[in-house]
Design a protein around this ligand. Structure first.
Ligand code: SF4
Length: 170
């Protein structure tokens, strides 16, 4: 369980590191503001897992709607005008895991911020950008050292790897 938690944390951090770079190449969708009925949201008991990709993740909720299964990620804090890139990739990963697990491709995933919900279309382009990102992460995992990809002390302040990172700022 500890290892699984570490893997999830590592994935979240790597998504965060790499997303800005990847977005430029991929032209990520910005997300559409939508209304969702939270009463239809069902919590997930176990993480979703795909052995082929070595990918695991646990959306906060799954919504079953007209035969579709949509992952929902709940974020706290400030509501941005558009979803953050890292959050888009996270929801894309959940869409991929939902498709692998249930054999039904979600047309979109939902990011729930305190003041607004966004639908992130799970397009073939987004899927392809996600797979590129995962491949890049795997390459980085094999390297002895991966350079810091930002110059933002605030990001390091809230990072779960701060205590062991030799590149932290601030
Ligand atoms: S402490 Fe900063 S540089 Fe180190 S992993 Fe976290 S965000 Fe990256």
């Amino acid at each position: 369980m500890l290892i699984l938690g570490f893997v999830l944390l590592l994935l979240a951090a790597l998504f965060f590191w790499l997303s800005a770079r990847q977005r430029k190449q991929a032209g990520l969708p910005g997300g559409r503001v939508i209304y969702t009925d939270t009463r239809a949201w069902g919590p997930l008991e176990k993480p979703l897992y795909d052995a082929g990709l070595g990918l695991t993740g646990k959306p906060d909720y799954l919504v079953e709607q007209d035969g579709r299964i949509l992952p929902v990620e709940v974020k706290t804090g400030r509501t941005p005008p558009a979803p953050y890139d890292a959050h888009i990739y996270q929801v894309a990963a959940y869409c991929l895991l939902v498709e692998k697990t249930y054999g039904r491709r979600p047309p979109y995933g939902i990011i729930h911020y305190p003041a607004r919900d966004f639908a992130v279309d799970y397009t073939p382009e987004l899927e392809s950008a996600l797979l590129d990102l995962l491949a890049e992460m795997r390459r980085d995992e094999r390297r002895a050292s991966v350079g810091r990809s930002h110059a933002d002390p605030a990001r390091c302040q809230g990072c779960g790897f701060r205590s062991v990172c030799d590149q932290k700022l601030g």
